[in-house]
Ligand binder design. Structure first.
Ligand SMILES: [Mg+2]
Length: 302
């Protein structure tokens, strides 16, 4: 990487590291972590690859922000509070020292905004941008998986769905950390996940894991304001992906309470359908079966 040493990158990491109870940060081969008593640790790893998750010409800052936010969204999906992150960067040789510094500083700044210390990193070269981020979180109650959905449960989503590419919201996803924690602490989700690949692809993951089916009422989908309640709007909402909203399965009485919850209502929480017996996912328009083309997001950038 042009005139930019690994040591100077390490110096950026180290100078920015703010120690916290139980966390010894960068400066040796491993970060040493002592989790708080009685809390369980959750760990997730995610990546951003140039030409796959972001346009190859995206700015260093855009890469950094999307990487961290995507990763933290996985912690939100289990209601965990971010505790530490570490990351790796492999960059093409034509990245300048100033671009690399911008990337590192943007990542650290973003982590600071989410109050999560960066405890380590590693860098290397690659023919395209390959960034990974590992996040650890602390649990805030029983961790919802994907296998607990039962027939009769209500299917809900936070926020709005669709148009993440046309509006550019996929560049700066908002991990629903506060809402995930709130749901886990107060409403006992039977299953929960974050919507990264679109409802059409992500919901079947819960349905398969739980061995159930579902009916989704398309007119109940909370659409991005740029979309209309029509075929094109619904296709975008269930198929475009990169919404980073929470998909939540609650029993009917918890669902009723959740929809009245002030914290959740701030970002929006909407019931969009029901869990059914069987294994089919059916789309409905005002209660009548509707065929959709959307299959959820596939990795492709041209
Ligand atoms: Mg996820």
């Amino acid at each position: 990487m042009s005139g930019f040493s690994e040591e100077s990158l390490h110096r950026i990491f180290q100078s920015s590291f703010a120690g916290r109870k139980g966390i010894l940060g960068p400066g040796s081969d491993c970060a040493q972590l002592t989790p708080p008593k009685g809390r369980r640790l959750l760990q997730t790893v995610d990546q951003v690859v140039g030409g796959v998750h972001l346009d190859v010409h995206a700015t260093p800052t855009a890469y950094a922000r999307k990487l961290l936010r995507r990763t933290l969204s996985d912690l939100a999906a289990v209601g965990a509070t971010p505790w530490t992150v570490s990351w790796t960067l492999a960059l093409p040789t034509d990245w300048t020292a100033s671009q690399i510094r911008t990337l590192a500083k943007a990542f650290l700044k973003e982590a600071d905004a989410f109050q999560v210390p960066v405890i380590g990193g590693d860098c290397s070269q690659s023919s395209q941008v390959v960034l990974t981020c590992t996040a650890m979180g602390l649990d805030n109650g029983p961790v919802p998986g994907r296998a607990g959905a039962k027939p009769g449960d209500v299917i809900l989503v936070t926020g709005k769905l669709g148009a993440s590419f046309t509006t550019g919201s996929h560049l700066l996803p908002e991990p629903r950390l506060r809402e995930g924690k709130r749901l886990v602490q107060n409403f006992k989700p039977h299953a929960m996940m974050d919507l990264s690949d679109g409802l059409a692809k992500d919901l079947p993951r819960i349905l398969r894991a739980s061995a159930v089916g579902a009916e989704i009422e398309l007119t109940a989908l909370p659409l991005d304001r740029s979309l209309s309640q029509n075929q094109a709007g619904w296709e975008s909402a269930v198929g475009e992906g990169e919404d980073y909203e929470l998909l939540v399965i609650l029993n009917p009485s918890q669902s009723k309470r959740a929809m009245e919850d002030r914290t959740l209502r701030k970002v929006g929480i909407h019931a969009i359908g029901f869990v059914t017996e069987g294994s089919k996912l059916r789309w409905l328009e005002n209660g009548r079966g509707k065929r959709l083309k959307a299959k959820g997001w596939e990795h492709h950038w041209s």
